[in-house]
Write a new protein. Structure first.
Length: 469
C-alpha cells in the first residue's frame, strides 16, 4: 500500500504563451514567489448570496494518513487486544463519553466537542477517500490510489467554495488558506480535491508553503526575490500595469480581469502590515508558542489561529511528513509499529496542539464563532496486521467538531464492537461539508456553476442537526 509524502510537486514547464502568462499572473515579472497564486484558469460567474452564519470562521485540522479510531475518538475497551490495541479509554469532562488515554488534555475539553463516530466513505485509498472528505463528493472510481486532479474528479475543495463565495469580501486577507504544504503521495502524485476544480483560479485556496518551526520562519509568498530591490519592483509594477491595459483590451472572456484581480490582491498583500504580522510567529509570546508545541503541527496550528484573527474565513492545516518518519508508514498511515508510533510521534502532538487551540480560542472569546474540525481521510482496520500496524479503512471512522454552533459534549452515531462498521447515525462526507457550509452561512442548496454554466448545490448532504446547538 502506498505511504504518503509531502515533497513539493514541481509541474512540468508547459512553455510561455498568453494563457500561461495569465496563469502565472505576471507576478514572476515582479519578483513575487508564485506558488500561492498558481492554479487553473477558468472564470465562472456565480451570483451567490450568503446569509448570516452561526460562525465567522473555520479551521480544519487534516490528519494526513488516516488516524486510528480505536486510539483516538472511539476506543473499544471490551474488545480483544488485537482489536482494541494497547491503550485504554479515559473519562472525559462529560460523563459517559470516553476517548483514548493518549488524549488527556483534550479529554478535559469534551464539553466543547461533538463526535461523529460513524463516518464512512467506503473507500480505502488515500487519494480518492481524501478527495471525498475534502470535497464532500465521492471519487469516480473509488479506491483509486495515485489519482490526480482533473475531470471527472474536479469538484472544488470545501475551502475553495468558501473562497469563491466570499471572493468579493472587503478584506485584504484571502478568504481561504491552506498550510504548511500541499498533500502528495510517495509517487509524487498530488491529491485531487485540494484546489478550486471547475471553479477556476478565483476560488483557489491560497497555499502558504512554509516551515513554521524554523528560526527564520517566513511565508515566502510575501517576500520579494533577493535580486529585486524596491526600485526595480516599482518599475516592474508599472510595466505590468501597462501590459494589463493592453491585454485587457484584447480579452473577451473575462478571464484576464479575474487574473488581474488576483494579481492586485497579491501585490496588496506584499505591502500589508496585517499580513506580515499575522504570519510573524515571533510576535507570539514564548509561552503561547510552547503551549502549542515546538513540533511542525503545533506551530502550523498556531499560525492558523493567527490567520483566523487576521480575517481569514477558512484555514486548513495539513499534518505533514517529517524527515525522520518511517517511509513505509509516515504521518498517520500506521501500517507498521502503530503502538509505538501513536504514543511517541502522533497523538501527543495532536493532543497538545488541538487542546491549545481550543483553550486559546476560549481565552480570546473566539470559540463561540469559530468551528474547529479535526479529521483524516479514513480510519484504520479493526485488526492489527503482521507488522503491528493497521491498514486503510474507509468503512467507519470518527470526526470531531468543536466550537461555534456545535453542541459540545455530544456523540452522534455509533460503531460496532470492533469500530469496524456503523451501527447507527451514519454520516457521509457530504453531510460533513453540508454542516460546515451551513454553519458559515452558506446553506447546502447554495448554488455554484460548473464550466458549462450548470447550477450545482455546494453540497448534496444533510446538515447534521443532531450535533448543533
Amino acid at each position: 500500500m502506498q505511504a504518503l509524502n509531502d515533497t513539493p510537486f514541481v509541474p512540468q514547464d508547459r512553455g510561455t504563451n498568453r494563457r500561461g502568462f495569465l496563469q502565472t499572473g505576471g507576478l514572476g515579472l515582479l519578483g513575487v514567489t508564485g506558488s500561492v497564486f498558481a492554479g487553473p484558469l477558468n472564470v465562472v460567474d456565480a451570483a451567490v448570496k450568503g446569509q448570516p452564519g452561526r460562525i465567522k470562521r473555520c479551521i480544519l485540522l487534516f490528519l494526513l494518513g488516516g488516524p486510528s479510531q480505536h486510539s483516538t475518538w472511539d476506543p473499544k475497551p471490551d474488545a480483544a487486544e488485537e482489536i482494541r490495541g494497547a491503550y485504554k479509554p479515559i473519562q472525559t469532562s462529560v460523563p459517559g463519553i470516553q476517548i483514548s488515554e493518549l488524549l488527556p488534555e483534550t479529554s478535559k475539553l469534551m464539553q466543547h466537542i461533538a463526535l461523529l463516530r460513524a463516518v464512512t466513505t467506503g473507500d480505502h485509498a488515500h487519494s480518492s477517500s481524501g478527495y471525498a472528505m475534502l470535497t464532500g463528493q465521492p471519487h469516480q472510481p473509488t479506491n483509486r490510489e495515485g489519482a490526480n486532479p482533473g475531470a471527472p474528479n474536479d469538484w472544488p475543495t470545501f475551502a475553495a467554495v468558501v473562497q469563491f463565495l466570499r471572493r468579493q469580501q472587503p478584506h485584504i486577507m484571502p478568504p481561504a488558506v491552506r498550510l504548511p504544504h500541499h498533500i502528495f503521495n510517495t509517487d509524487q502524485s498530488v491529491w485531487p480535491g485540494q484546489d478550486s476544480g471547475f471553479l477556476g483560479v478565483p476560488a483557489d485556496p491560497w497555499l502558504f508553503r512554509c516551515e513554521p518551526t524554523s528560526a527564520d520562519f517566513q511565508v515566502p509568498e510575501f517576500q520579494l526575490h533577493r535580486d529585486v530591490p524596491d526600485a526595480r519592483f516599482g518599475e516592474r509594477r508599472k510595466l505590468l500595469d501597462h501590459l494589463d491595459r493592453r491585454l485587457f483590451e484584447m480579452d473577451r472572456t473575462g478571464a484576464f480581469k479575474s487574473h488581474t484581480d488576483i494579481a492586485h490582491q497579491a501585490l496588496n498583500l506584499l505591502g500589508s502590515k496585517t499580513t506580515v504580522n499575522a504570519c510573524n510567529l515571533a510576535l507570539e509570546p514564548a509561552a503561547s508558542r510552547d503551549r502549542y508545541g515546538s513540533h511542525p503541527f503545533g506551530q502550523s496550528v498556531l499560525l492558523g489561529r493567527r490567520l483566523l484573527e487576521a480575517g481569514v474565513s477558512v484555514v486548513q492545516v495539513n499534518w505533514f511528513r517529517s524527515p525522520d518518519e518511517p517511509p513505509a508508514a509516515p504521518c498517520w498511515d500506521s501500517h507498521a509499529d502503530e503502538t509505538r508510533r501513536l504514543k511517541e510521534a502522533l497523538v501527543p502532538p495532536l493532543d497538545q496542539a488541538y487542546s491549545a487551540l481550543l483553550r486559546d480560542l476560549i481565552d480570546r472569546d473566539m470559540l463561540q464563532d469559530t468551528l474547529v474540525v479535526c479529521m483524516g481521510e479514513f480510519g484504520r482496520t479493526p485488526k492489527f496486521n503482521a507488522r503491528g500496524g493497521r491498514d486503510h479503512w474507509g468503512h467507519c471512522f470518527s470526526v470531531a467538531l468543536a466550537g461555534g454552533g456545535v453542541q459540545g459534549g455530544s456523540v452522534h452515531g455509533s460503531s460496532d464492537k470492533h469500530a469496524a462498521y456503523p451501527v447507527s447515525g451514519v454520516v457521509r462526507p457530504h453531510d460533513v461539508t453540508a454542516t460546515m457550509f451551513d454553519l458559515l452561512g452558506h446553506p447546502p442548496n447554495t448554488e455554484i456553476h460548473d464550466r458549462l454554466g450548470r447550477p450545482l448545490p455546494v453540497s448534496r448532504g444533510r446538515v447534521i442537526r443532531e450535533i448543533l446547538s
